[in-house]
Write a protein that binds this ligand. Structure first.
Ligand code: ADP
Length: 260
């Protein structure tokens, strides 16, 4: 009788252990797969500009007597590919640094109005190139515990996108508001908009809705995943919705007081 009880218990325990092991293995596999995908994506993205440079260099070298204008044109293209490669590397480094939980956020009481103003000021020249108006609307003074450099990068990515995926002569509106617990930043644009079906994917690494156009606009597909990473580390949330008429709204909500 006692033997039976022991057997039964052993059986239940063994079953539990084996199911735990199985689910752990499944989780590990998923982590491994996403890591593998990431490495594959990284290699691909890093190789693309190099391949272009190689093709450009080889073809100019294979010409017997190329006119100087053609040389200049090819060198200009190569220079563009170098810029692109640097941008990918910069974004990747930002992403990797963010992933390392060991890298502590540098949390300080920060004037959010000022942070937004300074970030927008840096983007004014890019906006001006496309005759895009940047409008800032702040409802109140907001002070919050954030990592100023990182939050500025997150906002920079959102506003840069709002400029890039906009039309000539369009506008970008940035609003700031707060209640007793959170502050809210909205980046609203008059641009091309984002279809419902893409709204989750755009936060994934390397995801671009229109690869050709994004390439033209110098995108790496990493901007939004960096932005989301930064906001999550502040225990905040980011969501995307329809703009006013056309365009897109990104809404960010972050606690005023940093939660460890
Ligand atoms: P990218 O470097 O391509 O801009 P992001 O991660 O910043 O990468 O954005 C991912 C994709 O989401 C972009 O390629 C673009 O297709 C889309 N997107 C991002 N922001 C906007 C926006 N404000 N309006 C329309 N599409 C956008």
């Amino acid at each position: 009788d006692l033997d039976d009880k022991v057997n039964e218990n052993t059986y239940t325990i063994t079953k539990e252990i084996s199911s735990t092991i199985n689910s752990t293995l499944a989780k590990l596999k998923a982590v491994d797969q996403s890591r593998e995908d990431f490495v594959a994506n990284v290699s691909h993205e890093l190789k693309t500009p190099i391949t272009s440079m190689r093709v450009l260099a080889d073809s100019i070298m294979s010409m017997e007597e190329a006119p100087i204008e053609l040389y200049k044109e090819f060198m200009n293209d190569i220079s563009g590919e170098v810029d692109r490669e640097s941008k990918i590397i910069d974004d990747l480094l930002a992403l990797v640094r963010l992933d390392k939980m060991a890298v502590r956020l540098n949390i300080e009481q920060t004037d959010i109005n000022l942070l937004i103003k300074q970030t927008l000021k840096r983007l004014k020249p890019i906006a001006a190139l496309r005759r895009i108006d940047i409008i800032l609307e702040t409802a109140r003074e907001v002070k919050a515990e954030v990592d100023e450099t990182k939050l500025s990068l997150a906002l920079n990515n959102l506003v840069e996108n709002a400029i890039k995926y906009n039309k000539e002569g369009g506008w970008v509106r940035v609003t700031l508001d707060a209640d007793h617990k959170f502050f809210y930043i909205k980046v609203i644009d008059s641009g091309v908009g984002i279809d419902e079906e893409f709204r989750e994917s755009i936060f994934e690494r390397f995801y671009r809705i229109d690869k050709a156009r994004s390439r033209e606009t110098g995108g790496t597909g990493l901007g939004l995943s960096i932005t989301k990473g930064i906001i999550m580390r502040h225990k905040g949330i980011i969501k995307v919705s329809d703009g006013e008429g056309e365009g897109t709204v990104f809404t960010v909500r972050i606690p005023l007081n940093y939660i460890k």
